[in-house]
Ligand binder design. Sequence first.
Ligand code: BGC
Length: 436
Amino acid sequence: MNKRIVSLAMATLLGLSLAACSSGDSTSGTDDTGSSAKTEGTDGGASSSDVANKDKPLVWFNRQPSNSSTGELDTAALNFNDKTYYVGFDANQGAELQGTMIKEYIENNIDKIDRNGDGVIGYVLAIGDIGHNDSIARTRGVRKALGTGVEKDGDINSEPVGTNADGSASAVQDGTLEIGGKKYTVRELASQEMKNSAGATWDAATAGNAIGTWSSSFGDEIDIIASNNDGMGMSMFNAWSKDNEVPTFGYDANSDAVAAIAEGYGGTISQHADVQAYLTLRVLRNALDGVDVDTGIGTADDAGNVLSDDVYVYREEERSYYALNVAVTADNYQDFTDSTKIYEPVSAQLDESAHAVKKVWLNIYNASDNFLSATYQPLLQNYDDILNLDVEYIGGDGQTESNITNRLGNPGQYDAFAINMVKTDNAASYTALLSQ
Ligand code: BGC
């Protein structure tokens, strides 16, 4: 290509990535996330390589290929080819942080937490997806820290209880916390999976309705609200807990939840989405460049990008990168106000002459998921420019895999793939398309 064509192509690409940014700003729930980011025409509409689809780089992210009943990893999907990885975060470390954050809040605010003074600290719990390992870990983390967990098959039972007014539910038990020499009972008054009638999980609107029902049954017995994520947490905060000054604890550190800490939201956990979004695209970039996968991760790249080992771990046997979590509370929330800000140590632009533009197909399983649309995708859109990746963003409906796989009709047009499944069991629906 001569210089003029290159600069024309670059101008087109720039325009396209701006279009992708503006369409991705929407959290409206429509699945138009990527439709304006079509890449046809930038370079004749085809990927620049003749690599077979089955040999192209592939990254799973946010939903780890695994059995939704047992949690067992889907090793076939994680080893689809030698350029396949998963990027997520350390679910157990984060879950433990969330549980501890809530417990410490209770200890530090014991003088006012028990609203009706009956000696029972009551909480309600919004569960995201009973078949998602991250959701299961968070439910366990809260129950473990508060002493309400009971063992099932060698681990803490993570099933929802429905309602548990008198403490007799079998999936949980009443816990005991001794604070300042006094013993308090801790009771999970209610919990349910927040799934809407169309089947979408982690559903914020469902959580907003649930707190309405729970607050009319339990009133001032509810002292704490725990949620598997901020999308559901903020819905409950806005619907009830803010006005009633009951602290809500979520997960994700979305910007709106962090801002709400100033208004009484109890706290959240950052799953370091700024590191995850980088890793998601970085492992693809490295495979496309044919360099060691650690480049720009544990080892500085030619632009100086590098991550320190306090923000992620790599588990070779799981082919998985996990970002580490940080608790965000009233003490430190000022440092987390913009969840879409890229992580400074990996913010240097790659040189296009050494890292040519490549095409990536990437889907978000549910275009209306708060975390993915308000935090993760904007971060990906910031990093795709830095890494010279021309990403087509596809937004799913959160309910059916086919809504997404139908839009992977021509994998030959792309150099690499980044996949966020609706259901963690369904990796084969995608790999089948890449194997044809
Ligand atoms: C996030 C949730 C999100 C889910 C989607 C989780 O890691 O915490 O907010 O709904 O991923 O898969």
